[in-house]
Write a protein that binds this ligand. Structure first.
Ligand code: Z15
Length: 837
């Protein structure tokens, strides 16, 4: 017989389900048991790592009640679930987040204290973070999963369990060195393998026609290779609710751990190679952020996780006795960029070839389930697959894509008779040059909604990226401005600010960020501003200690902390910042530094291993740092730091310690940005261009509380169309030409005048990202920063108003918009039924 009730595991059930079994005694007992039974250790011999594992297991136990109750709730009361498909989930450390969301941080602190640990932070430091993403896109997926759970929305995140995540970054002689990220090596306690729910995925081979038992002609795919996807589930608990959603990441295994037939006929090495090939699929994350590589293995990864995920969704309907016909009433499938866009063809294939639906029916199901988020306009990021590669890996999918395209173009012909140009522009197949499948077109045709990630970006999708699609389907295109979760990015990242906010506006701000508006009343309260700035100073002290330990550089916590942390990319323009640093350095050297505020300029971020210019930018920053930091003339007025290995954990340290947030991309290039939001919430002022979500941040915090500079998107377009010449900007700005000159003579490269030449040539030659055009205005805005810094009361007021007005950028707001306008999903209450007997 089936057990009906969910029973709480030991130690029993308390009246308040949230507190069930999670007082300090229970956490301590749980740790003791896990030390003994799961880790084979006695409390007396346990290492810090053992204690980390024991606490994690004890916390995980307490998630399980909620996790299983959440699955039970949806079974008992079927309603639509979000399936968030993403090749990346950059979830960061789990222990502290789970403690916060369970509400047992204090209890855990007390429990570890009984093992002789002075501070919970020592335990938290042990955790390896899963770097299963590159940057903004992967972190957004993680924030969205957390908000979905906190808003009690049934959801599953589907992705890949890479064995190696984004590389660890070392800096050697100023250069980036990449080191394999072995995040699983010590055992990672937050995942639950579910081998019973494995799926088969095919690759390669051919398609064939056959006549079915009813005499009907059908097609089928005979793949030449297979892999097995083994789900590894990570529970995602909402904040102080019982809802615990799931992140289901697929690991690729060989179909047989060994091909025994091949073994028997003597092809021992062939058999081993086959196994190695299938297990390579989930081996490593591609370390590109915003550049398409077009590699075969990458397409394999995409099809692998998408196919497993769709099979999983279909299977769950069958298990619950729901008709596959009703798929779109039970699943809403969100494509995080085009990485999972093969889902459009794969769902069609499963519905037609496996479930024998007619085309029209299958297409209706597909297009009423799938929606697509675009994250970039950069042409180098838009995924295209060569037809040869595509057909050799996914021949059946290519047939289906041709059919989708044929029917779509027929519709276009009816709308625009005789217009062949528009057919070429809209076709899924790119016929210019090497023929290729355009994944953004497949996603757009297969989706009921296409959204951009900030107002400007969504507007540019319609005006520049896909004007023909937008004219064809105006109602399909929409905007959902990105957001970030306040639990991690304020609650965990800034505990001191959090307790000040608790006292001032009440504890509910963390789930209702609009409550922070109340802080506006304090803008002229110098006592409160003092308290507010003390939380910042405390964050800066901690970061200064970290910087010293990591880099050996001593920085002054009372200086202005000016921070640019994000992936290194020419469009993000870290070199613009670096050149500005050189100009400040020259001012101090030349004794024209009266107004310069003492500054610590901090950079952090990884470069794609194959992106030469980005790696040179890192070398450039470190070259400047070496000279500036060694120069006694700087006299504490300027310090430059490159923080190695920027990741989620380091981000948590950085946002709370920043005075000035650098958001200086070329207008029109940064789709949204999300770091910009984390800084603003934590009371940093932004120096930024009118790009991505910066525009909306400025609109909300007030233009008087934002340091604006630079050309607008339309001015950039105009410059580009009118033979932009960076040289005129260089000769018109003495500080710029002198800074460039100093680089050219090798001042930041021990006299080597070759090292930075490619960078200089790019800037003085074509300057594709308009660094020269924006330099003078950037310097002007930096002077404004210096001026305001001299008036701490004013600075603190502006900073407070940034925090007070940043509520809109909570991912709770973004997710509510997705739920209402795209997914049509509702929250679901999860109750924990208590049954002690
Ligand atoms: C990525 O991190 C982003 C876009 C991409 O197309 C890829 Cl492949 C990776 C970023 C955007 O650059 C950033 O502006 C945005 O905030 C983020 O996605 C989340 O939408």
């Amino acid at each position: 017989s089936q057990p009906k009730d969910l029973r709480l595991p030991t130690p029993g059930c308390y009246a308040d389900p949230i507190k069930a079994g999670i007082d300090a005694d229970a956490v301590f007992d749980g740790m003791t048991e896990h030390l003994f039974f799961s880790l084979g250790k006695l409390a007396t011999t346990a290492s810090l790592r053992d204690l980390y594992m024991a606490l994690s297991y004890a916390v995980r136990d307490r998630l399980m009640t909620r996790y299983l109750a959440s699955q039970e709730a949806i079974r008992a009361k079927p309603q639509k679930t979000v399936a968030y498909l993403s090749a990346e989930f950059l979830i960061g450390p789990q222990l502290n987040n789970n403690l916060l969301n369970l509400g047992i941080t204090k209890e855990a602190e007390e429990a570890v204290g009984r093992f002789g640990i002075e501070s919970l932070s020592h335990i938290l430091e042990v955790e390896e973070e899963p770097g299963l993403g590159n940057g903004g896109l992967g972190r957004l997926a993680a924030c969205y999963m957390e908000s979905l759970a906190s808003l009690q929305v049934p959801a599953i995140g589907y992705g890949i369990r890479y064995e190696f995540g984004i590389f660890n970054q070392l800096i050697r002689d100023g250069w980036q060195v990449e080191v394999t990220d072995k995040w699983l090596k010590g055992g990672w306690p937050w995942e639950l393998p579910q081998p019973d729910e494995s799926c088969f995925v095919g690759f390669g081979g051919r398609t064939e026609s056959y006549v079915d038992e009813k005499g009907k002609y059908r097609s089928r795919w005979i793949p030449s290779e297979h892999a097995i996807g083994v789900p590894h589930d990570i529970p995602i608990l909402g904040y102080r609710v019982n809802n615990c959603d799931r992140l289901r990441l697929w690991r690729a295994d060989a179909t047989e751990s060994f091909d025994f037939y091949a073994f028997n006929i003597g092809d021992y090495y062939g058999a081993v190679e086959e196994k190695v090939a299938s297990e390579t699929i989930s081996k490593v994350l591609y370390p590109n952020d915003g550049t398409d590589e077009g590699r075969r293995l990458r397409l394999k990864q995409q099809h692998f996780f998408v196919s497993c995920s769709l099979q999983d969704m279909l299977r769950s309907l069958e298990k619950r006795g729901i008709e596959v016909e009703d798929f779109s009433e039970h699943w809403t499938v969100q494509l995080n960029d085009t990485h999972p866009a093969i889902a459009v063809a794969e769902l069609m294939r499963l519905l037609i070839d496996h479930y024998h639906f007619e085309w029209e029916k299958a297409w209706h199901i597909t297009t009423s389930s799938v929606a697509y988020t675009n994250h970039t306009l950069l042409p180098e990021a838009l995924e295209k697959w060569d037809l040869d590669l595509f057909s050799s890996l996914l021949p059946r999918h290519l047939d289906l894509i041709y059919e989708i395209n044929k029917r779509f173009l027929q519709q276009v012909r009816l709308r625009y008779p005789g217009n062949d140009l528009i057919l070429r522009k809209l076709s899924i197949i790119d016929e210019d040059g090497c023929k290729a499948v355009r994944m953004a077109h497949l996603a757009t045709i297969g989706a009921h909604h296409v959204n951009g990630v900030a107002a400007l970006h969504s507007d540019l999708i319609k005006r520049q990226l896909m004007p023909e699609f937008a004219e064809l389907w105006p109602e399909k295109f929409t905007n959902i401005t990105n957001g970030v979760t306040p639990r991690r990015w304020v609650g965990l990242a800034n505990p001191e600010l959090s307790s000040l906010l608790d006292k001032e506006v009440g504890k509910d701000w963390i789930t209702n960020m609009e409550l922070l508006k109340k802080l506006e009343q304090k803008e002229n309260d110098s006592g409160f501003l003092e308290l507010f700035s003390k939380t910042k100073l405390s964050g800066k002290r901690k970061l200064a200690g970290y910087i010293h330990r990591q880099t050996g550089v001593l920085v002054d916590p009372s200086s202005l902390f000016d921070v640019q942390v994000k992936r290194i990319h020419q469009y993000k323009r870290q070199h613009l910042n670096a050149l500005q640093v050189i100009a400040q350095y020259l001012r101090i050297k030349n004794g024209v530094d009266q107004d310069i505020a003492p500054r610590t300029v901090i950079f952090g971020g990884k470069a794609a291993p194959g992106y030469f210019m980005a790696k040179l930018m890192i070398r450039f920053i470190n070259g400047i740092a070496d000279v500036v930091n060694a120069d006694p003339d700087m006299d504490g007025r300027l310090r430059v730091v490159f923080l190695p290995d920027y990741n989620v954990k380091l981000g948590e340290q950085v946002y709370s310690a920043t005075d000035l947030s650098e958001q200086i991309s070329t207008a029109g290039k940064e789709a949204s940005g999300t770091g910009n939001m984390k800084f603003a919430m934590n009371g940093a002022l932004t120096i930024g261009t009118l790009d991505g979500a910066n525009i909306e941040i400025r609109d909300r915090v007030g233009s008087e509380n934002f340091f604006l500079f630079g050309k607008t998107e339309s001015e950039i377009v105009e410059l580009r169309e009118n033979q932009y010449d960076p040289k005129t900007y260089i000769s018109n700005c003495k500080e710029l030409s002198e800074a460039l000159r100093l680089v050219e003579v090798g001042h930041f490269s021990n006299g080597d005048s070759e090292l930075f030449l490619p960078l200089i040539n790019s800037l003085t030659g074509s300057d594709p990202f308009f660094v020269m055009a924006d330099f003078a205005d950037y310097l002007r805005a930096q002077d404004e920063v210096n001026k305001v810094w001299k008036n701490p009361q004013k600075w603190n007021r502006m900073a407070l108003l940034n925090t007070a007005r940043s509520g809109f950028f909570s991912s709770d707001r973004s997710i509510k918009e997705y739920c209402k306008s795209i997914w049509k999903v509702k929250p679901l209450d999860v109750e924990i039924s208590c049954d002690i007997n």
